[in-house]
Design a protein around this ligand. Structure first.
Ligand SMILES: C[S@@+](CC[C@H](N)C(=O)[O-])C[C@H]1O[C@@H](n2cnc3c(N)ncnc32)[C@H](O)[C@@H]1O
Length: 284
């Protein structure tokens, strides 16, 4: 399914007639759902995720920390006055979806969600529920095809690229190997953003843990047919090229403007969290 036939798929709130979920193979969205304690996962997802948890018992806690980062970063954007969000690699709806956080702060906020996993498409209806003043849309498209996202009818209808937009690529870019050139792909999206826009990004890393464990985690994903690419702090920083990181910069996700009342973030260690997060401003 492509962005072109999205209207048929979800604009009236109905689900597509047939979506092949390929429940026999693990999918990143459903493994993440499993880590977050969701119910939209299948034995193949759970088996692959359980192997990762064996190597990194904090994987579920790290996923929850990533999700809390997303909430704090979206709130930060909303507090800066940003009313438009492009969230690529949306995932299966979980608590504090981007539109819920953004529209709680600014009821007129507009959110365009994008994912290429068929299971996320089956949840589009939940993602499309927004406030009366705000709006949300869902595009079934691949990050590797910027035109299918930036030129989609829903993007053009909901997002005004003469006004600041927050672009979210949260826990997405580690699914791309260097041969996919995710830096160049991301640059295409950043280029489309007007000054005053924000890039909100997290990325998995093995740099903060025992290198042997990190290698075995990558190996587990590969054997499950999934591509995952851990990157170092220096490599993740490259995604912010030309942008100005806001304080505290690129840090382990639980250290980015933590909520002082959140005990989970306070007790979490860098080794456990296994991911960097940062928010950057596009100046000119
Ligand atoms: C780990 S989840 C992150 C969900 C959410 N952003 C969060 O951090 O809570 C990664 C999501 O990226 C999606 N994804 C992976 N590759 C993608 C691609 N090429 N294009 C669009 N989405 C992709 C997966 O389907 C999955 O839903």
């Amino acid at each position: 399914m492509t962005a072109e036939n999205w209207d048929w798929a979800v604009s009236d709130g109905s689900l597509p007639a047939s979506v092949d979920l390929r429940t026999d193979i693990p999918h990143p969205a459903r493994m993440y759902d499993y880590y977050l304690g969701g119910k939209d996962n299948f034995p193949a997802d759970r088996a692959a995720a359980a192997q990762v948890v064996q190597l990194l018992p904090s994987a579920p806690a790290g996923s929850r920390a990533n999700r809390r980062f997303l909430g704090r970063a979206v709130r930060y954007a909303a507090e800066l006055g940003i009313r438009q969000f492009l969230d690529i690699g949306t995932g299966i709806p979980a608590s504090n979806n981007t539109h819920e956080v953004a529209q709680a702060a600014s009821p007129d906020a507009r959110v365009v969600y994008v994912d290429n996993d068929p299971i996320v498409l089956t949840h589009a209806r939940a993602l499309l529920r927004g406030t009366a003043e705000g709006r949300t849309a869902y595009i079934d498209a691949d990050f590797r095809d910027p035109d299918s996202i930036l030129q989609a009818a829903q993007t053009k209808e909901l997002l005004d690229f003469t006004q600041p937009v927050a672009l979210l690529v949260v826990a997405l870019l580690h699914f791309f190997s260097d041969t996919d050139n995710p830096q160049a792909l991301l640059a295409r999206y950043v280029e489309a953003l007007p000054p005053g826009s924000l890039l909100i990004l997290t990325h998995g890393t093995g740099e903060l843990m025992d290198p042997e464990i990190a290698a075995r985690i990558e190996d587990t994903y590969t054997k499950s047919g999934l591509n995952i690419r851990s990157r170092t702090h220096v490599q993740v920083l490259e995604f912010f090229k030309g942008l100005e990181l806001v304080e505290p910069g690129l840090v382990p996700v639980h250290e980015w403007r933590p909520d002082p009342d959140n005990e989970d973030d306070r007790l979490m260690t860098r080794e456990e969290v296994a991911g960097y997060g940062g928010v950057a401003l596009k100046r000119g």
